[in-house]
Design a protein around this ligand. Structure first.
Ligand code: HEC
Length: 117
């Protein structure tokens, strides 16, 4: 599994722990990594700097498309903590993660896949 440490590393979390957490809590809906495609939910490659609702192989809620969010560390943290608080009307029905360490680990794993295609 590719784990690239880029010069603009954003998270201090542990990507290995983040991978396990992703598989368990996000992986039922989302795919990430090489060749990831939309499944029940959009793929999450290159998520940092991506504008919400813009992958081409997924049909988003109008709430997500209209949100105007650019995914960055702070917006991702807030969304994963409480999706419908950040994007009211989103189709992501997820109870949220509020543990700071888990969020850091998860973001480290998303970051490790920033350049995956
Ligand atoms: C029950 C299924 C489900 C789970 C579990 C889930 N998501 Fe989602 N997620 C979705 C759906 C569906 C969407 C699209 C929402 C919309 O269009 O309103 C989405 C959208 C997103 C987006 C916006 C993507 C984009 O292209 O704009 C991000 C980021 C995201 N999810 C991250 C996560 C992370 C990280 C986890 C695990 C902590 C997670 N999700 C868990 C279903 C899920």
């Amino acid at each position: 599994m590719l784990v690239s440490i880029s010069s603009h590393a954003l998270a201090d979390g542990d990507p290995k722990a983040g991978e396990a957490l992703f598989t368990k809590t996000c992986g039922g809906c989302h795919k990430i990594g090489r060749y990831a495609q939309a499944a029940f939910a959009p793929q999450l490659n290159g998520i940092f700097g991506r504008v919400a609702g813009t992958t081409r192989d997924y049909v988003y809620s109008s709430a997500m498309k209209a949100s105007g969010i650019t995914w960055q560390r702070d917006t991702l943290m807030a969304f994963i903590k409480d999706p419908s608080d950040v994007v009211p009307g989103t189709n992501m029905h997820f109870w949220g993660i509020s543990d700071a360490q888990k969020l850091d680990d998860l973001l480290a794993w998303l970051q490790a896949n920033q350049n995956a295609e």
